[in-house]
Ligand binder design. Structure first.
Ligand SMILES: Nc1ncnc2c1ncn2[C@@H]1O[C@H](COP(=O)(O)OP(=O)(O)OP(=O)(O)O)[C@@H](O)[C@H]1O
Ligand SMILES: [Mg+2]
Length: 228
């Protein structure tokens, strides 16, 4: 079954939405829309009565709500729902909660165990930078972490900043799908785009489509291909 991404215009590029219970990597440069897209994804889930988890190390719940407050897609209401859990892994309270799940030391198996125990339907992990911070051996443990997440029943977005935009990393190969957000600074101003790099089981064309921000949030213009 496919589920809506919550972003207008994107489901049309994905043959109706994202195949459920899978893990997707969302990549792109700073400010390209990764967090906004993720907030829309979880808001859509809450609105459908699904259990949602936002796991981050970048900001507090109040900061995230504030960052999304200029959009009207209903993030603040979603965050306030009993179906929504926000966790900042830098918080000692959250570390305490996580330590009750899974068995290994560290974060690797614990997040996946928590997702299973709480019957989470949609999860966002913002971002892989979080792992470099928490894992003793990030390269080996990233594979373990992603493998454990793929075995859960949740549909997961793993945000991955790309340190080198021309090189793919392990998470791009391990994921069921990869979505790229772009922002190019051009003479005429900022051009924004989205590109589906891969989506197992779904016919895609990999072409870039125009993206815009408005008070409603991020919108994909699926009929506007960018030729670059
Ligand atoms: N109406 C708007 N409301 C809020 N942000 C907007 C709006 N229009 C454009 N933006 C811009 O959209 C961007 C939102 O980016 P977002 O936080 O989703 O990106 P990101 O890819 O997660 O970035 P980072 O890598 O820094 O976490 C911001 O840079 C913001 O300035
Ligand atoms: Mg972000």
């Amino acid at each position: 079954m496919r589920i809506s991404t919550g972003t207008d215009g994107l489901d049309a590029l994905l043959d109706g939405g994202l195949p459920q219970h899978r893990l997707y990597v969302v990549s792109g440069p700073p400010g390209s829309g990764k967090t906004t897209f993720s907030a829309q994804f979880l808001t859509e889930g809450v609105q459908n009565g699904e259990k949602c988890l936002y796991l981050t190390m970048h900001e507090t719940e109040a900061e995230l709500v504030n960052d999304m407050s200029s959009f009207s897609f209903g993030f603040e209401r979603a965050v306030g729902s009993k179906h929504f859990r926000f966790m900042n892994v830098l918080s000692t309270d959250v570390q305490q909660v996580l330590s009750q799940y899974g068995s290994e030391p560290g974060l690797t198996g614990r997040v996946a165990a928590l997702i299973e125990a709480w019957n989470i339907d949609r999860a966002v992990i913002d971002s892989t930078m979080l792992l470099q911070h928490f894992l003793e051996d990030p390269e080996d443990q990233l594979t373990e972490f992603i493998t454990a997440l793929k075995e859960t029943d949740a549909t997961i977005l793993l945000i991955s900043e790309m340190t080198d935009p021309s090189s793919y990393s392990e998470e791009h190969y391990l994921a069921h799908g990869v979505v790229f957000f772009h922002n190019f600074l051009e003479e005429t101003g900022m051009t924004r785009a989205v590109q589906i790099i891969k989506m197992r089981g779904t016919p895609i064309d990999c072409d870039m489509r125009s993206v815009s921000f408005s008070e409603r949030g991020l919108t994909v213009h699926h009929d506007e291909k960018l030729n670059r």
